[in-house]
Write a protein that binds this ligand. Structure first.
Ligand SMILES: [Zn+2]
Ligand SMILES: [Zn+2]
Length: 347
């Protein structure tokens, strides 16, 4: 008997707080091959592979200078600022409206998230909302299940979900998917300033390295560690949420029928709580993703602090009844092993 047969109607109900009902906002895009390189894709390649080149250069010993305390502080500090700008700002505030933010906080989170170099806030949100509307179905911009369930197809899908999708010509209309953001002059301006913020993301740590050490070596250290290496780690973490967190991990909560989002614990620190992706897909508007004991979610803690000082209001904290209503008992999944996927059928 399939697991779903034992589920109550309430459990079978589709999560009520999804931002985008399935298939109502836009026709699903049919998967297709890359349609040639254009200038935007070249910029994307620079942003994605530039930091990788810097990391390889460091690993191969091209920079003889060892990492200093200043380098480390710049890297960790900017990682936390840009990472939480993405998780608390781009993701939970702007994409899912998990809380309302005072204007200064909204602007701060939009700018700090832009320093993560993952695209402008409006384009990021538009793509992410499309991901939730069509999760793991045609139309999802970055599903690892795009090419099928066989091991080779899943490997190919994992590469697509991790990086490949960034180079596929699947434009997501911001006005259609994020009309609330395109109507906000602050966010429109910050989106337009994204190229400048991108330059600042690598220029600021370089300047800070120089200011703190008064040496060109200090400036280079700031550029490499606070800029390139920090951006590389941040990118790979976000990419892993798109790929790994739809392939490996636990699925303790009920999601839509095709939705294969998982909780992948090892990413908790780097992803700042966004790795509890199964619960997030089960309850997208929740301001907390790590709802079980010992599930680290620094983003939820940050939102809690903003709420304490009155900068965040109407925070959608998940209550225990909501959490338990979405909970199902399913085995862990390892889709790369070729085992069949134990997703319950939700009709
Ligand atoms: Zn989301
Ligand atoms: Zn997802």
């Amino acid at each position: 008997m399939p697991a779903t047969a034992e589920l109550s109607p309430a459990r079978n109900a589709r999560p009520a707080d999804d931002l985008a009902p399935e298939g109502t906002l836009a026709p699903p895009l049919t998967p297709g091959p890359p349609s040639g390189w254009n200038p935007q894709q070249l910029v994307t390649a620079l942003i994605v592979f530039g930091p990788l080149a810097a990391v390889l250069a460091v690993a191969l010993g091209f920079f003889s200078r060892r990492i200093t305390l200043v380098d480390l502080c710049l890297a960790v500090g900017l990682f936390l600022i840009s990472g939480h700008g993405l998780s608390a700002g781009f993701h939970r505030l702007f994409a899912h409206r998990s809380f309302k933010a005072a204007r200064w906080l909204k602007i701060t989170l939009a700018v700090s998230g832009s320093l993560g170099l993952e695209g402008s806030v409006n384009s990021w949100v538009a793509n992410h909302r499309r991901h939730h509307a069509y999760t793991d179905r045609p139309g999802d911009p970055h599903s690892p299940h795009r090419y099928g369930a066989k091991p080779v197809a899943l490997l190919r899908g994992a590469a697509h979900a991790h990086i490949g999708w960034l180079f596929h010509a699947q434009p997501t209309e911001e006005a259609r998917w994020a009309p609330d953001l395109t109507a906000d002059p602050d966010l429109v301006l910050i989106s337009r300033l994204f190229p400048l913020l991108g330059v600042a993301s690598v220029g600021l740590p370089m300047l800070a390295g120089w200011a703190l050490t008064r040496t060109w070596a200090g400036a280079l250290g700031g550029l490499i560690w606070g800029g390139a290496v920090r951006i590389f780690v941040l990118h790979q973490t976000t990419f892993a949420v798109n790929s790994v967190c739809h392939l490996w991990g636990k699925r303790p909560f009920l999601t839509r029928r095709e939705d294969r989002a998982t909780n992948f614990a090892p990413l908790a620190v780097l992803a700042m709580g966004d790795n509890w992706h199964n619960f997030h897909h089960a309850s997208p508007r929740s301001a907390r993703h790590g709802v079980d004991p010992h599930q680290l979610d620094s983003t939820a803690r940050l939102i809690w602090m903003f709420e304490r000082i009155g900068a965040a209001t109407d925070v959608h904290w998940p209550d225990s009844e909501t959490v338990e209503r979405r909970r199902v008992v399913l085995p862990s999944v390892n889709l790369m092993s070729g085992t069949s996927f134990p997703t319950p059928v939700v009709e």
